[in-house]
Design a protein around this ligand. Structure first.
Ligand code: FOL
Length: 213
């Protein structure tokens, strides 16, 4: 039974990628991603769960993402991680053939040197879709979204996340409507100060948000 946190940077149209990469380069936003996903209490580790395309989109020098347990999902049973990135003790990397097996691995404490603190779903579109569709009754369920909303300019994207704020079916309406948390709640949850309101970096405007259900 685990709660999952989805972390994403998306445009107003929910665009998240273009040509297998991020449409923007925002060093401070990326630093927020790295700090948020790495920040765990002494003696614990967070996990980052990603699809194979997202894994391949991370520059080789940054993968596996350090100080985090990396889990990569692919249906291709012949896929292999490059040996370079298989397992340094600072960032063990695991390959799974389904979301279900990834989550079951993460719930097995014997597989890890340190207990897992938080599980972050870091993309991409296929995994965001699959995890956001898990019903509240499922053993694991996304109850929090750390969304960096990119307001302007308009970026051309070919990959999108689901429109989570307007998934208006009965289940969502009755028991799982997404609500935007306050900035104080965002800071309390991530555990460090986060700049509030519209940010500007290289003439790109964006805002750090947290949504909960
Ligand atoms: N969420 C947010 N808020 N911003 C993102 O850019 C983002 N990106 C992904 C998923 N969720 C996100 C997936 N793409 C790296 C590169 C691409 C990527 C995720 C991570 C990466 O290289 N991260 C390094 C930091 C690199 C640096 O400092 O430039 C890390 O240690 O996390």
């Amino acid at each position: 039974m685990s709660r999952l946190t989805l972390i994403v940077a998306a445009t107003l149209e929910n665009g998240i990628g273009q040509n297998s990469t991020l449409p923007w380069r925002l060093p401070k936003e990326m630093a927020y991603f790295a700090r948020t996903t790495s920040n765990a209490p002494e003696g614990k580790r967070n996990a980052v769960v990603m699809g194979r395309n997202t894994w391949e989109s991370i520059p080789p020098k940054f993968r596996p993402l350090k100080n985090r347990v990396n889990v990569v999902i692919t249906r291709n049973r012949d896929y292999h991680l490059d040996p370079q990135s298989s397992s340094t003790s600072n960032a063990p990397t695991h390959l799974c053939t389904s979301l279900e097996s990834a989550l079951s691995l993460l719930s097995n404490p014997t597989k890890f040197e340190k207990p897992i603190h938080r599980i972050f779903i870091i993309g991409g579109a296929t995994l965001y879709n699959e995890t956001l569709s898990l019903p509240p009754s499922a053993p694991s369920f996304v109850d929090r979204i750390l969304l960096t909303r990119i307001h302007s300019p308009t970026f051309k994207c070919d990959t999108f996340m689901p429109d989570f704020q307007n998934q208006d079916d009965m289940e969502n309406r009755q028991q799982s409507r997404w609500k935007k948390a306050s900035h104080a709640e965002l800071q309390e949850w991530v555990g460090f100060d986060v700049p509030e309101g519209m940010q500007e970096e290289k003439e790109i405007q964006y805002e750090f948000q947290m949504w909960v259900r």
